[in-house]
Design a protein around this ligand. Structure first.
Ligand code: SAM
Ligand code: SF4
Length: 366
């Protein structure tokens, strides 16, 4: 195992079978993988953790993904969209707290009105904060024209999880219609790259019907499309979704979390200088799940700065943490938690993907 890890670190080559073997590892082998991933992280991106204030902008969604609590078909959800003033106030909070970066996330609405709304919002945020925030969008699949307009209005990064790189599994966890099309999702990722975004993607780990081979395929897919950042985390069931009926087939939470930690560790070893998020779903399965993710190779944390009155409306899964925690309280515990993981929070820096910076530099030099 150690030999295979060392070879991969030096040559960058890895087979699907090797990844599956790592995902299965236990005891000493598992410990060796996690410690090597920690070492690669320290060498490549340092012991620094960058923050992105997360704004859960709207839970209105035209899609019906079978796993998601805010799917359009869930009539029990009280729908909301934050006002421009509320988003700008959150952006100011992020700037004053030294977060330096903002993520605007929400359900997928691909309409001309939504396109204009986000363009206007980006302009307002940049005006209010003097363009000081690095802005990431995570608003689902959009037309090239819309993505281009948002980029020109100041968005730098885009997070669009492929969810799974296996088209058959994708079809099993989404309704069978053109709105939920695997190829369209992958095409959007390529468009984002073409448009010059820092591109983030990811998958859910521990889904019903998912195999270790599927997860190995996900990591190879991330590398193939040359991602700049990864946001992946455990699948967590929600009783108001169609996938809930398969809950009896899931790995127990502790094992699901462990699988997610190994995914992070392998991702760090395979794609050394990208940004990797310690996701909230990690914390949903284990109180110190995010800290464990940092130790396994993650380097980004996204503290929730959505106004508390909206948080209960954005329950993607049950047991989501910090639903009633004000942003200021969240900030207070963040430093201590990150230090617990042996890292240090960096304030006032964007923390762009080092991988993206290196690529751009190489392109500019040629
Ligand atoms: N609507 C946009 C999209 O789907 O790309 C962005 C917001 S969506 C809520 C963000 C992510 O939440 C999805 O990419 C999905 O991976 C994750 N998610 C949804 N339901 C989940 C669940 N039950 N467990 C874990 N993650 C979930
Ligand atoms: Fe909508 Fe995103 Fe949830 Fe799918 S995962 S239902 S697109 S919010």
């Amino acid at each position: 195992m150690k030999n295979s890890i060392n070879r991969i670190i030096h040559t960058g080559t890895i087979s699907r079978e090797e990844i599956v073997r790592w995902l299965r590892s236990r005891g000493e082998e598992r410990a060796a993988l996690l410690s090597l991933a920690g070492q690669v992280k320290r060498e490549q991106v340092g012991n620094k953790v960058y923050l992105r204030g997360l704004v859960e902008y709207s839970n209105r969604c035209a899609k019906n993904c079978l796993y998601c609590g805010i799917r359009g078909g869930n009539s029990r959800v009280r729908r909301y969209t934050m006002s421009d003033e509320e988003v700008v106030a959150a952006a100011r909070y992020a700037r004053d707290a030294g977060y330096a970066s903002l993520v605007i996330q929400g359900g997928e609405i691909a309409s001309p009105a939504r396109s204009r709304e986000i363009t206007r919002l980006l302009e307002k945020i940049n005006e209010a904060t003097g363009g000081s925030l690095g802005i990431t969008l995570s608003l689902g699949e959009q037309s090239r024209q819309t993505l281009d307009a948002w980029k020109r209005a100041g968005a730098r990064r885009y997070l669009l999880r492929v969810e799974t790189s296996n088209p058959d599994l994708y079809a099993r966890i989404h309704p069978a219609n053109t709105r939920h099309d695997f190829k369209a999702r992958v095409d959007t990722l390529r468009q984002l790259r073409d448009l010059g975004y820092q591109v983030g993607t990811g998958c859910m780990i521990g889904l019903p019907f998912q195999s270790l081979d599927d997860l190995a395929g996900d990591l190879l897919f991330f590398r193939e499309i040359d991602v700049d950042m990864i946001g992946m985390g455990p699948y967590v069931e929600h009783d108001e979704t169609p996938l809930y009926r398969y809950r009896g087939t899931l790995l127990p939470p502790a094992e699901r979390l462990d699988l997610a930690l190994k995914m992070i560790a392998i991702a760090r070893v395979m794609m050394k200088d990208i940004n990797i998020v310690a996701t909230t779903a990690m914390q949903a399965l284990d109180k110190i799940g995010r800290e464990k993710a940092l130790r396994a190779g993650a380097n980004i944390v996204m503290p929730n700065i959505t106004p508390v009155k909206y948080r209960a409306g954005y329950l993607l899964y049950r047991g989501k943490p910090c639903v009633d925690e004000e942003a200021a309280r969240c900030k207070a515990c963040l430093d201590a938690r990150v230090r617990l993981a042996g890292d240090e929070v960096v304030y006032g820096e964007w923390g762009d993907s080092r991988h993206f910076a290196m690529k751009t530099r190489n392109i500019n030099q040629t």
